[in-house]
Design a binder for this molecule. Structure first.
Ligand SMILES: C=C(O[C@@H]1C=C(C(=O)O)C=C[C@H]1O)C(=O)O
Length: 102
C-alpha cells in the first residue's frame, strides 16, 4: 500500500468515527424525546406502542434509505431496534412519573 493510500485510509477511518459519534448523539436525542413523550401519552390515554404510528415511522426510514441509495431492509432493522428502545424508555418514564395533581 502506498503512503498516499495509507493516508487516505486514515482519513476515511477518522470520518467514519466522527459519523459514528453523530449517529449515537442523534439516537440519544431521539430517545430523550421518546422518553419525554411517555407521560404525555399516558395522560392522553395512549399506549407506549402505537402500531399504526410505528408502521408510518418505519416506512419513512425505509423510503429515506431508498432515496439515499441504501438497502431499505437495513433501515427496517435499525428503525425497529431504535423504536423499541424508545418505547421501553416511555414505559419506564410512565412508571417513574409522579401521579398528576387532581
Ligand atoms: C414516540 C412515540 O411512541 C412510540 C414510538 C415511536 C417512535 O419511536 O417513533 C412511534 C410510535 C410509538 O409506538 C409516539 O407515539 O410518537
Amino acid at each position: 500500500m502506498s503512503t498516499q493510500e495509507l493516508t487516505r485510509l486514515d482519513q476515511i477511518r477518522n470520518d467514519i468515527e466522527r459519523i459514528d459519534q453523530q449517529i449515537v448523539a442523534l439516537i440519544a436525542r431521539r430517545l430523550t424525546l421518546c422518553r419525554e413523550v411517555g407521560p404525555l401519552k399516558a395522560r392522553a390515554g395512549l399506549a407506549a406502542h402505537l402500531p399504526d404510528r410505528v408502521r408510518l415511522v418505519m416506512a419513512r426510514w425505509m423510503e429515506d434509505a431508498t432515496s439515499h441509495g441504501i438497502d431499505p431492509e437495513l433501515m427496517r432493522h435499525v428503525s425497529a431496534l431504535v423504536i423499541a428502545a424508545g418505547e421501553k424508555l416511555q414505559v419506564e418514564a410512565i412508571v417513574d412519573a409522579p401521579a398528576p395533581a387532581s
